[in-house]
Design a binder for this molecule. Structure first.
Ligand code: SF4
Length: 438
């Protein structure tokens, strides 16, 4: 009897990594592998790594080591961003059988099979600057039909001074429009209700081909897919939103009125030190332009606190700007130096100060979230039911198009459907209650 080979995957990091792991899992499934949980016995363990912080890299090492110690006869590989940015560090991990970088993920299976057959493989990695082609991986089977990430772009040319990503992902490469629309069409026909367009630097989509309007053109093509219900853009730079994108979000029902625009700091001095390509004034102008055209728009953001050079004054500026802009949600990132980046060589702040600033900004965020919720109490919104929170009490959870999380009573059968809900009250900054209406 032929033994079925088993593979297990562990993904760290962002939506792009999640998308890529799912596409690689499809390749293993097509080749007769059974996919098992990472804690179970498998022939091959693949860790799709993250390197965005020192902590993410540490966790990557820990997970890979644990697998090898538990199942010493199995193959263990670390692939992706961490390997690409720090190849020698990863190769030095004794427990690892092979490594691969950020490209050629479709070849992971072939490399694993060669090793299982006792052959030596070439584990040379390309330099990040040489990653020139977009690797067109595809999603086939689905682990979740409520929401699916669709990757449209890889790489970043921005080199923000705190960020290791350009060294891990290489320069901007865009996926062909036809390949994206074909995938979105297929996924929506398979029942996926919400598509999230993702990329390492989403707003740079098409810039490698000299086409600054490429994202708007792609979005325009998506409006022709009849089965498509909802499309959300993942994080995008305010500087990269053109009028075409604004018009599409305001005029077409499928695009969620939700934009995640990373501000990072409310101080021009810190933005400059971060090598961010805008000033606070320019950011505010973009927000005003967006709000004028898209009234219910949720603008969420990322802010890094405690960047080198941050003072009470710059932090106070950030706090003020965040409140003035009145974000729907602020993700607070206490700055932690990533080895290999220019900012890691700058003079670092005391950890307690960073903690104190983070706490203050988190408190401000909770007040902003409650404010944003308030605007919608009493209104009716469509909610995509994602989860059955409690079978006994029939408690369901889901998101509105403008990313408000709602708790509703209703039947389990409503999971993965869009229902009309009257938003009733705020439970806490993160949840509203609502009632299904017919
Ligand atoms: S834009 Fe800046 S923060 Fe975003 S991936 Fe590129 S370098 Fe990193």
């Amino acid at each position: 009897m032929k033994m079925i080979k088993k593979a297990a995957f562990y993904t760290l990091g962002c939506k792009v990594n999640q998308y890529e792991t799912e596409a690689v899992i499809d390749i293993f499934l097509e080749n007769g592998y059974q996919i098992v949980d990472f804690s179970e016995k498998a022939d091959v363990y693949i860790v799709n790594s993250c390197t965005v912080t020192n902590e993410a890299a540490r966790k990557t090492r820990q997970i890979a080591r644990r697998a090898k110690r538990k199942y010493s006869n199995s193959l263990v590989a670390i692939v992706g961003c961490y390997t690409q940015a720090f190849p020698d560090e990863v190769r030095n991990i004794e427990e690892i059988d092979f490594v691969m970088g950020s490209n050629n993920k479709a070849e992971i299976l072939a490399k694993a099979e060669e090793m299982l057959a006792g052959k030596n493989i070439n584990s040379e990695l390309k330099e990040y600057q040489q990653l020139k082609e977009y690797e067109d991986l595809k999603l086939k089977s689905l682990s979740n039909t409520t929401r699916a990430n669709v990757k449209i772009e890889d790489g970043c040319n921005q080199f923000c001074s705190y960020c290791i990503i350009p060294y891990a992902r290489g320069p901007v490469r865009s996926r062909k429009k036809e390949s994206i629309t074909e995938e979105v069409k297929r996924l929506s026909k398979q029942g996926v209700k919400e598509i999230v367009l993702t990329g390492t630097h989403l707003g740079a989509y098409g810039s490698d081909k000299g086409n600054k309007k490429a994202l708007a053109q792609l979005m325009e093509s998506l409006t022709e897919i009849k089965s498509l219900k909802r499309v959300r853009l993942s994080s995008i730079e305010g500087t990269e939103i053109d009028q075409g994108i604004i018009n599409l979000i305001s005029e077409s029902d499928i695009f969620c009125p939700h934009l995640h625009l990373p501000l990072q700091s409310g101080s021009n001095q810190i933005l400059k030190a971060m090598n961010r390509p805008y000033t606070v004034e320019e950011f505010k102008k973009t927000v005003a332009k967006l709000r004028k055209k898209i009234p219910d728009l949720a603008i969420t953001t990322d802010v890094i606190v405690g960047f080198p050079g941050e003072t009470e004054k710059t932090f106070a500026e950030t706090l003020k700007v965040v409140k003035e802009i009145s974000f729907a949600k602020v993700h607070v990132f206490p700055y932690s130096a990533r080895e290999g980046t220019p900012a890691a060589k700058m003079e670092q702040l005391n950890g307690n100060i960073v903690k104190e600033y983070s706490k203050k900004l988190r408190l401000a965020n909770e007040a902003l979230m409650l404010n944003y919720q308030k605007e919608f109490i009493g209104k009716t919104k469509k909610v995509l039911i994602e989860e059955v929170r409690d079978h006994k009490t029939n408690l369901l959870t889901g998101y509105t198009d403008n990313y408000l999380k709602v708790l509703i009573s209703g039947s389990d059968a409503l999971k993965n459907s869009l229902v009309k809900v009257k938003l009733e009250e705020s439970i806490d900054p993160y949840h509203l209650s609502g009632k299904i209406i017919n």
